[in-house]
Design a protein around this ligand. Structure first.
Ligand code: SF4
Length: 346
């Protein structure tokens, strides 16, 4: 009854989203990666641009990482783009896109959730998926008392999702659960009167729909203080900036940005950056500009100061960076530049 009600409701109420109009596993994969931690409205234009630039898995696999990151610029969580690129190279090395859940799961960067999305939506396989929306719906519908983000609660949500997806139209069923969580069974004020499964919902029956899912304790986000130097080069165009590329692993990997380091003050930062870039730096006396940037696990507070390098740096000696360049403003569009870097550049 729950299954049929969800499917009928989905048929009448599904939002028309671009990735729902395709059965191409590559396009579905791109959408799912973009949708992790990013809102639907933000993803739509990026998705269209990305598929226009890299229309097939082979096109993505053959593109330089810099170009992929440039297309991803502004979407955040750049590790997703690096993994997608690596995953595309894995798929391109095969004769065709893998068509069963185990083989899909072997693609680098593809986890259990994305496997469920690709397998069910592209190939009609009964593969479950659980994201935040699905977990909330299931926690309420079946009154799961444990934290659905870990341990027994997490296992229970996957078990229930697997039971529900078994049957006809598994892709639509998965979408229905996600859509219900996104539009009706929303976090604070679930709209139960519009819900197709309200008769079966235990939380609703017990008047506990606002209590579930149980809140997990949030880890405090530590504040990290950094200094960034907006560096120009003596004797060159004053609009050009020295930019460094972050090493491929870790936060902002592969992205270009002004040099920034964790440092107690501007002088300590200057010394570290001088050493890393092998140039002398003269700092501007003006007051630092403050840039604040919140990430999932930390809160960056960056003091931005200006400086002049004695000559163009030609190499980097740093574990954090793997390349350096003096970049004109118009060249920024062709490089992967994060939202944080744009804030720093001002
Ligand atoms: S009845 Fe309310 S709480 Fe239960 S699944 Fe529907 S929207 Fe969520």
């Amino acid at each position: 009854m729950i299954r049929a009600a969800l499917l009928a409701w989905y048929d009448d109420n599904a939002r028309d989203l671009p990735w729902r109009r395709t059965r191409d596993p590559y396009a579905i994969w791109v959408a799912e990666v973009m949708l992790q931690q990013t809102r639907v409205e933000t993803v739509i234009p990026y998705y269209a641009r990305f598929l226009e630039r890299f229309p097939t898995v082979d096109a993505l696999a053959g593109a330089p990482l810099d170009e992929v990151l440039s297309c991803w610029s502004g979407l955040g969580y750049y590790r997703r783009a690096r993994l997608l690129h690596r995953g595309a190279q894995h798929v391109a090395a095969r004769a065709s896109f893998p068509r069963d859940a185990d083989a899909i799961r072997e693609i680098p960067g593809v986890g259990r959730y994305t496997t469920g999305a690709i397998a069910s939506q592209a190939f009609d396989l009964p593969a479950a998926l659980v994201d935040g929306n699905v977990a909330r719906v299931l926690a309420r519908l079946f009154a799961i008392e444990d934290d659905v983000k870990k341990g027994a609660g997490l296992r229970r949500t996957w078990q229930l999702a697997e039971q529900l997806v078994a049957g006809p139209r598994p892709g639509a069923l998965n979408n229905a659960l996600m859509e219900l969580g996104a539009t009706v069974c929303v976090p604070r004020e679930p709209r139960c009167t519009l819900c197709p499964v309200r008769e079966a919902c235990v939380a609703r029956r017990e008047g506990r729909e606002r209590e579930l899912p149980v809140a997990s304790e949030k880890a405090a986000r530590p504040r990290v203080r950094e200094v960034a130097i907006l560096l120009r080069v003596r004797g060159r165009d004053e609009h050009e900036r020295v930019m460094v590329r972050r090493a491929p692993t870790g936060l902002f990997g592969g992205m270009w940005e002004p040099p920034r380091v964790v440092a107690r003050d501007r002088h300590a930062a200057r010394a570290e950056i001088e050493h890393a870039l092998g140039v002398k730096i003269t700092l501007d006396d003006a007051r630092a500009r403050k840039v604040s940037h919140v990430l999932t696990h930390r809160h960056l507070e960056v003091s931005v100061v200006r400086g002049v390098a004695s000559r163009p740096p030609s190499a980097v000696r740093s574990e954090a960076w793997d390349a350096v360049a003096v970049v004109a403003p118009h060249e920024l569009a062709t490089r992967g530049v994060s939202t944080l870097a744009r804030k720093l550049l001002g």
